[in-house]
Design a protein around this ligand. Structure first.
Ligand SMILES: O=C(O)CCC(=O)C(=O)O
Length: 274
């Protein structure tokens, strides 16, 4: 299932938005070119090494995650490029508005495990990435990129169509019966309403399965990581204004009266960020 790039160009966005409204998700193939995918793959493995060197393997293992890479931008500038992809920005603008911020950007190097030996962790239990259902008002959207082909065998994300924006949520048995695996070629973009129930699939392919997930929210929702403080002003200011916006530059919280009473154009929280 998916909205393919071969369609009349102007229709792709309308198709994605409608598919997300009705089913909770959409897949668009052919967004990343092969050299971009290759660069991403190499950069993810490099970042993984650097994070392990920084934090230690034991501490990461204790967190009970399967190959999740957080704050990749701190370790490799390539990951800023995802915030410049026109299709990403179009989805953000038409769902959570041009004032949105990036809640998270996480890499997944989902390891292959022997059959029936995959550890049971949060990632592979059904969950939504945003739990609050606010009368159908969308405050959060996810955009995931397949950096490897997604298949059932390599743990393509499991989704339960139609479980978005539901209160109370569907019951566990229903989800287990109705879940389908997202299957798509590498370079595809998998977009979903963050209230959609999903889980990482089980990877028994013998190889890692790579992906990058983004979550964007309305600007008044707290980010998972304060990207501005984590990356530092100099790094954020070296990005283009839209990337700065997405990193949270225009929605910083003041820490003193001096900052509060700055002239309008220098304020840390720009007007119209709602
Ligand atoms: O790896 C995936 O396909 C999904 C992972 C996931 O749902 C999560 O980390 O929240």
């Amino acid at each position: 299932m998916g909205v393919r790039n071969g369609k009349v160009k102007e229709r792709w966005l309308a198709d994605v938005l409608e598919s997300m409204r009705c089913l909770g998700y959409a897949v668009v193939e052919g967004i990343l070119g092969s050299s971009f995918v290759e660069t991403t793959k190499n950069a993810m493995y490099e970042v993984q090494k650097r994070i392990i060197a920084d934090l230690g393997k034991e501490r990461l293992d204790r967190a009970g995650e399967l190959g999740v890479l957080r704050l990749m931008m701190k370790y490799h500038p390539h990951f800023f490029r995802f915030l410049e992809i026109p299709e990403v920005l179009a989805i953000v603008d038409h769902t959570v508005s041009a004032a949105a911020v990036m809640h998270l950007q996480n890499g997944f190097i989902l390891p292959s495990c022997p059959k029936d030996r995959t550890p049971d962790v949060f990632q592979n239990r059904f969950h939504p990435d945003f739990r609050r259902v606010l009368n159908g008002y969308m405050v959060s959207v996810n955009i995931m990129f397949a950096i490897d082909d997604f298949s059932r065998e390599n743990g393509g994300t499991l989704i339960v169509p139609g479980t978005h924006q539901k209160e109370p949520p569907a019951d566990q048995d229903y989800m287990e019966q109705k879940a389908i695996a997202v299957t798509c070629p590498k370079g595809s973009m998998f977009v979903f309403d963050s209230t959609l129930w999903h889980a990482a699939g089980v990877n028994i392919s013998g190889k890692d399965r790579l992906a990058i997930n983004h979550q964007f929210t309305r600007s008044y929702i707290k980010q998972q990581i304060d990207y501005v403080r984590a990356l530092g002003d100099e790094v954020v200011l070296a990005q283009n204004p839209r990337t700065q916006q997405l990193l949270g530059w225009y929605t910083r919280v003041v820490t003193s009266l001096n900052e509060y009473y700055l002239p309008q154009e220098e304020r840390l929280y720009r007007k119209g960020q709602g």
